[in-house]
Design a protein around this ligand. Structure first.
Ligand code: 26W
Length: 822
């Protein structure tokens, strides 16, 4: 028999065993007898990396040879989670590795638990970036993700006495086998200082930025293995270090500067991820983070372009596409302008034409408090040359574009200007993005409509073709194949093994939705997933729950607009009904939450506390005979989502209509057979379209009804006095029923819903939410009806494959050619 080449995809079990043991000894420096689980995990990763690196090199050679357009995805966040099982699945090595390890007396799933999550993101936006780079590699597109190599990712959440405590996340404390340091590609980044105008003898003028200091950017590459394993792209994350350079001319006013303090300052830049989700914190360090990773990335892009094309920039725009993941990387626009003007000697029109063709911008939120604005004085201090360039972009935009459409209209100029006037002048990053990009997209149909109609209406009037929609998606490799192996193999049997690439094939399962035997199989998989979760819940919280109950799950960042408080009000209403009538007719229900609150978001933290206090009281109340349980799972993160999602019966997607741009958890839960209880918001609308509204529990005000109610003047007291159940539940917050001996500890929630004006209309939607829950309860008691609906939900989620999202970006925005690696 011909021996297999070492790099063959079909690495066999014996080869893999040998490779793992080899790495255990020669890479980890230990031996079978005394190796820890951690060492075995790292040895396994090292064995897998032999496969990964080979493909990475081949991919890079192919991309260099073909020299076609590549997408550069700039994002301040990449929420990668764990990589071991994902890489094994994408290399088709999971099964063989599982068997190899078993023969070595080990369990692959256990080893995977050794890996810390790479939590370099806050939530939806960061996880979307991670799904997108998976899809780009899977579809063989030349692509690179650029971001920050945070030493500490999103904080680890502990719950002490019901309250959230933030602890540092140290994901790479003991080394991470999936990252490669690339000292050969280090960059130097200038900051601070002043701009000099230099006139040369021929009368021409040049701007020279004399930096006050320079920071070193060290790239760390994470290989991104496409499904099928032929393309391996990279995610390049920049770490900041102190540079040797120091300009005494500029900075010596302060006298002696301690070199250790200097070093510490430089390293601070990539030290920690800002934990704010949806609230802008105008901190200098955050601006520097943004500039740091954008400038490193632009330099990297330039270096690669010039290696292939020299200093002829006529083909730059046809070779380079840059996507801005929200406004966080906006400063890349004036940075590319600066490089082209000041370093490459292009004139303004040439440079601007290139920038305009290269950049595109994705908006992820309409919340006004999340729209980034930077104080002009800060910009001037940190990035003086960029501020000049922004002024010039703005001057031309206002005098050419705005003046042409609204001649002489100063009010509209003030509104569209990149600079916001007022006590403190500010740079509006959203406006800069729209002006400097050739395409602007929202992330679900309804959101993209609101981006055009409410957020940037005048810009859409100037450039009607600039605005488009790309509905979000999730990778079915991580979010079905890897996290729900039993359901995945059931689908293999029904529709074949191609569905992880062509998720629409799952529609082939629809013909089985009425098949009793298939329903049984489907629901028994759900049951086993629930039983696994029961053990995790017990281990993490000590709470006993039964897999007999309906598992009702709300997992997402904590925010008033996402309305965890509405869920809580309803739980308290159910509890009240059960106390009033112990025979109150309902199927047992376990309400499960997973959520982190921004450390400075007081009310969000109060809601976590309230959920935990209500949980304690409800879970220990024998009177309700286990009909109701409430679980708050600490430290919600990607790897926990992978355990919760396959076990969900009900998916809570209950944001106030018009506020959730898309949502992506909604897609993952439905794909795994949960029924959505949701408002007509974000991607819920498209999910209900695909599954059929009759298979979801849709409730609440629509976007237009929310707007109308707010316009009329919404008064939450109407609902407080008009609905005795709402009143009783809200008044309960003021008592010590849930906080014995400490009345008023939960009152802030009631206050926000009454005196605070109930900004997100929780009370207005309460009744219809409660009715939707009754409908779900009735459906669940008919096991065949429920099974049918669950199957239909899962089988119709093909649209929400992130491969489809990426193909939409390619067709509408990036125009890339797929580049097969052999
Ligand atoms: C400045 C602090 C900050 C940090 C992150 C502000 C805003 C953000 C993001 C825009 C928040 C975010 O993750 N948005 C979510 O993006 C997802 C992916 O498109 C959507 O599915 C969610 O609906 C949206 O809330």
């Amino acid at each position: 028999m011909a021996s297999k080449k070492k790099t063959d995809i079909a690495l066999d079990k014996e080869q893999l065993k040998a490779s793992i043991v080899h790495h255990l000894r020669s890479t980890l420096g230990t031996c079978e007898e005394k190796a820890s689980q951690e060492s075995w995990w790292k040895a396994t990763a090292a064995a897998v990396n032999e496969q990964v690196y080979e493909r990475l090199t081949r991919t890079q050679q192919t991309h260099r040879k073909q020299d076609t357009r590549a997408i550069h995805y700039l994002s301040a966040e990449f929420l990668m989670g764990r990589l071991t099982s994902n890489n094994l699945h994408n290399l088709s090595l999971y099964k063989v590795c599982d068997e190899a390890l078993r023969e070595l007396g080990l369990d692959l799933a256990d080893l995977c638990e050794c890996e810390a999550d790479m939590a370099l993101g806050n939530g939806g936006l960061g996880r979307l970036a991670a799904c997108f780079i998976d899809s780009l590699a899977t579809l063989n597109y030349p692509a690179i993700g650029y971001g920050l190599h945070y030493e500490h990712g999103l904080f680890r959440q502990e719950i002490k006495d019901g309250r959230q405590i933030e602890r540092p996340d140290s994901w790479r404390e003991y080394g991470n086998p999936w990252e490669i340091c690339r000292p050969e590609s280090v960059q130097e980044i200038p900051l601070y200082g002043y701009v000099e105008t230099v006139f040369s003898e021929d009368g021409s003028m040049k701007k020279v930025w004399h930096a006050g200091r320079k920071i070193k950017g060290v790239p760390w590459d994470i290989p991104v293995v496409g499904f099928g394993g032929s393309t391996v792209n990279i995610l390049r994350l920049w770490e900041s270090r102190a540079s040797e350079f120091f300009d005494w001319d500029v900075f010596n006013a302060g006298g002696y500067v301690d070199s250790q303090a200097e070093k510490a300052q430089a390293e601070t830049i990539s030290k920690v991820l800002y934990p704010n989700d949806e609230t802008e914190a105008g901190k200098e360090l955050r601006l520097i983070q943004q500039y740091f990773f954008c400038a490193c990335s632009i330099k990297d892009i330039m270096r690669r372009y010039k290696r292939a094309h020299g200093s002829d920039f006529s083909t730059f725009a046809s070779q380079v596409a840059i996507q801005l993941n929200d406004t966080h990387p906006t400063v890349a626009i004036p940075e590319l302008m600066r490089v082209l003007l000041d370093e490459e000697g292009l004139n303004w029109d040439q440079a601007w034409e290139i920038c305009y063709q290269v950049f595109a911008y994705t908006n992820h939120t309409l919340l006004p408090e999340a729209l980034e604005k930077w104080a002009v004085y800060l910009f001037e201090r940190v990035l003086p040359r960029h501020l000049e360039i922004i002024y010039e972009i703005n001057r031309r935009f206002l005098s050419e574009k705005v003046e042409a459409v609204w001649p002489g209209d100063d009010a509209i100029k003030a509104k569209l200007s990149i600079i916001e006037e007022g006590d403190q002048r500010k740079v509006r990053m959203g406006n800069l993005c729209v002006i400097g990009s050739n395409k602007v997209n929202g992330v679900a149909e309804v959101h993209s409509r609101l981006v055009q109609e409410d957020l940037f209406p005048e810009f859409a009037q100037i450039w009607p073709n600039k605005f488009c929609n790309v509905t979000n998606g999730v990778t079915p490799r991580r979010w079905l194949l890897a996290c729900n192996p039993e359901l995945a193999s059931l689908y293999d049997e029904v529709v074949g093994k191609e569905w992880p690439l062509k998720l629409d094939l799952l529609r082939g399962v629809l013909k089985m939705a009425d098949d009793k035997a298939f329903q049984k199989q489907f629901m028994s998989i759900k049951r086993r997933n629930k039983e696994k979760l029961v053990k995790v819940i017990k281990a993490e919280t000590g709470i006993d729950v039964s897999a007999e109950a309906i598992f009702d799950i709300q997992i997402k960042r904590l925010h008033e607009y996402k309305r965890q408080q509405l869920n809580l009000l309803h739980i308290m209403a159910l509890y009240r009904r059960l106390l009033a009538d112990p025979d109150y007719d309902m199927h047992p229900r376990v309400f499960i939450f997973g959520s982190k609150a921004a450390p400075g978001y007081k009310l969000a933290k109060d809601i976590i506390y309230a959920i935990n206090k209500v949980a304690e009281r409800v879970n220990s109340d024998a009177r309700i005979k286990d009909k109701l349980k409430v679980v708050f799972m600490p430290n919600y993160r990607v790897s926990l989502a992978e355990k919760l999602i396959p076990a969900a019966d009900v998916s809570e997607q209950i944001s106030t209509a018009g506020y959730e741009a898309s949502g992506t958890g909604n897609m993952k839960l439905a794909l795994n057979g949960a029924l959505t209880i949701g408002t007509l918001d974000g991607a819920n609308i498209e999910i209900a379209e695909e599954a059929g509204e009759e298979h979801c529990a849709i409730f609440g005000l629509t976007v237009d009804e929310v707007k109308a109610m707010k316009a009329r003047g919404y008064n939450p007291y109407d609902f407080y006095y008009g609905n005795s159940e709402i009143k009783a539940v809200l008044d309960w917050f003021d008592t010590d029923y849930f906080t014995p001996g400490r009345p008023g500890e939960l009152s802030s929630i009631k206050r926000a819903l009454l005196e605070g004006g109930d900004t997100y209309l929780a009370l207005a939607d309460f009744d219809s939410y409660s009715e939707a829950h009754k409908k779900l309860d009735a459906w669940y008691r008919d096991p065949e009806l429920w099974a049918k609906k669950a199957i239909i939900n899962s089988a119709t989620m093909g649209k929400f494959n992130s491969d489809r999202s990426i193909q939409d970006y390619v067709d509408q925005i990036w125009s890339l050619k797929s580049c097969k690696v052999d």
